[in-house]
Design a protein around this ligand. Structure first.
Ligand code: C2O
Length: 550
């Protein structure tokens, strides 16, 4: 194992897409941001220098951060933001993970432009459990806003209305040829040779949209999810929620001189609000033949794939259930077979009282809000982890996050009258090594909606999912404890539930939240504080000297 050093200079840069120039936050002037390549077992050291006028912090999404919780990155949870002119050096080891993850800003909506891939190669000499790819290509999905994302979030927070939506989706930062004012140079092209296997490292870095993807005339084999190997399966259409990553093998056809195919993507949208329903495309292009007599059959317009319809919940549900962990001798599935603590969390939207002297856009003049168990999580003004570590929780957080919803109701019936949520910074405290089971239930308060739930500091096992109300008497009989997929982000089905398990073996303060930034900022988040164990190797070390102060 080695130590890999990177430096991110955070600065504003003018970038033009779809005929609109915006000063966006970048690392080293790149959009999407720099690619990080490491091997399993390596130490990664990233020096982040903030030259921008905004406060930032960087989250290494999906990295376990074992005993290194000070470097996880969410602002006001594990650290205070890095202010203008300040530096923070993230420094952690990548243990027991290999595959694709990503890094992104974790404050306000700044991850709209500040994100990039993390590629974790297997340890030297350890092969992939699938055919060795000829080439590896990161493919990042994102959203383009014709405005400063902070202005958009403020607009949606203050009056509690739906936010302005993006004007385009992007693939590797480019909107592609299907948008007005977006041409050849705004199109990502993947040039391939015939008869080879390409490993596409897919990342959904979009702020607020789950995305359907398809490549015209090609099927792929899905081999990894959220940096865990899975039992391979083939598909010609796929879904990726914000926060998820997925490795797929694309085997190119034996012979297709100069043929081009669209890699197209558009949202899976279950909500009731407005959304960006546009389609982004990149181009898969076979190399030109060396035999010039074949040049005559070239250059038809790219073939378009068919994508699931915008609200195809059955596809989304079934697709997500196809993932199974490898559960092999080399890559065992360590799903907890017993449970110490059970939780039932409702996830969904709600409303809160409108601030005085303002007009709010929620139902009956209320403010839109989002919650878990009717608690809309308020970010503290100092970092949760520091408060916990130095025993100064007073006035920062309370430990009474409820284990079930405060307001019981039937999630599949008529929407309840009382959708008001309570604001607070409430956490659950877990003793070291607690085996935790959580059932996440979509509340469907303002209509059914899917929520990509992400857990920091852990992977969890996805035991089962279903539509309607979770039934504690009958549903557990169908829990998969043999080869459940291990992930860090799972879509709670629209109008349904999902059951997950994890072992709390990593001390620290860990956020769990909806990876739609609009829901996250409306409060759809909570935090776990996992206590130290007795052994030195089970304790969180003290914070680094350069940890930013609030
Ligand atoms: Cu990718 Cu808390 O986030």
């Amino acid at each position: 194992a080695t130590t890999r050093h990177y430096k991110f200079d955070i600065k504003l840069k003018n970038v033009t897409r779809v005929c609109n120039t915006t000063a966006i936050l970048t690392a080293n002037g790149k959009f999407p941001g720099p690619r990080i390549v490491v091997r399993e077992g390596d130490r990664l050291v990233v020096k982040v220098v903030n030259h921008s006028p905004k406060n930032v912090s960087i989250h290494w999404h999906g990295i376990r951060q074992l005993q290194s919780g000070w470097y996880d990155g969410p602002s006001y949870i594990t650290q205070c933001p890095i202010q203008t002119g300040q530096t923070y050096v993230y420094n952690f080891t990548i243990v027991g993970q290999r595959g694709t993850l990503f890094w992104h800003a974790h404050i306000s909506w700044l991850r709209a432009t500040l994100y990039g891939p993390i590629i974790i190669l297997p340890k030297r000499g350890v092969p992939y459990p699938f055919p060795k790819p000829y080439k590896q290509v990161p493919i990042l999905f994102g959203e383009w806003f014709n405005a400063d994302p902070e202005a958009i979030i403020n607009q949606s927070l203050q009056t509690g209305g739906g936010p302005n939506v993006s004007v385009a989706y992007t693939i590797n930062g480019l909107p592609g040829p299907l948008y007005n004012c977006s041409g050849d140079k705004d199109t990502y092209k993947l040039k391939v040779k015939p008869g080879k296997t390409y490993l596409l490292r897919l990342i959904n870095a979009a702020l607020n949209d789950e995305i359907f993807i398809s490549i015209a005339n090609h099927t792929v084999t899905v081999v990894e999810a959220d940096a865990s190997y899975i039992k391979p399966f083939e598909t010609d259409k796929f879904l990726i929620t914000p926060g998820q990553t997925m490795n797929v093998l694309l085997k190119t056809k034996p012979y297709y001189p100069n043929a081009t195919f669209f890699i197209a993507a558009r949202p899976y949208a279950t909500g009731t609000g407005t959304f960006d329903n546009s389609t982004v495309a990149a181009i898969l292009e076979y190399e030109s033949p060396t035999n010039s007599t074949l040049l005559s059959i070239m250059q038809l317009p790219p073939l378009k794939p068919t994508l699931p319809s915008l609200n195809d919940t059955p596809f989304a549900f079934n697709f997500s259930r196809r993932f199974r962990s490898l559960a092999s001798v080399q890559y065992p599935t360590n799903v907890p077979q017993t449970v110490d603590k059970r939780f039932f969390f409702t996830v969904g939207l709600g409303t809160s009282p409108c601030p005085k002297n303002q007009t709010c856009q929620g139902p009956n003049g209320t403010k839109f809000s989002a919650s878990m168990n009717n608690i809309s999580f308020a970010l503290p003004t100092t970092a949760l982890l520091q408060s916990y570590f130095f025993g100064k929780s007073n006035g920062v957080y309370t430990t009474n996050f409820p284990s079930k919803p405060i307001i019981p109701f039937d999630y599949t019936g008529t929407p309840p009258n009382n959708t008001m949520v309570i604001n607070g910074t409430k956490v659950v405290v877990l003793p070291f090594n607690t085996n935790v089971e959580v059932v996440l239930q979509d509340t469907s308060i303002l209509g059914n909606e899917s929520h990509p739930l992400h857990l920091h500091g852990y992977n969890f096992f996805v035991l089962a999912s279903g539509f309607g109300n979770f039934d504690p008497n009958s549903d557990p009989a169908n829990f998969n404890t043999v080869d459940p997929v291990e992930r860090n982000t799972i879509g709670v089905p629209s109008g349904g539930w999902v059951a997950i398990r994890f072992r709390a073996d990593n001390p620290g303060a860990w956020l769990m939240h909806c990876h739609f930034d609009v829901h996250l900022s409306w409060g759809l988040r909570m935090a776990w504080i996992v206590l130290d164990g007795n052994l030195p190797s089970q304790k969180l070390p003290p914070p680094p000297a350069d940890l930013p102060k609030c």
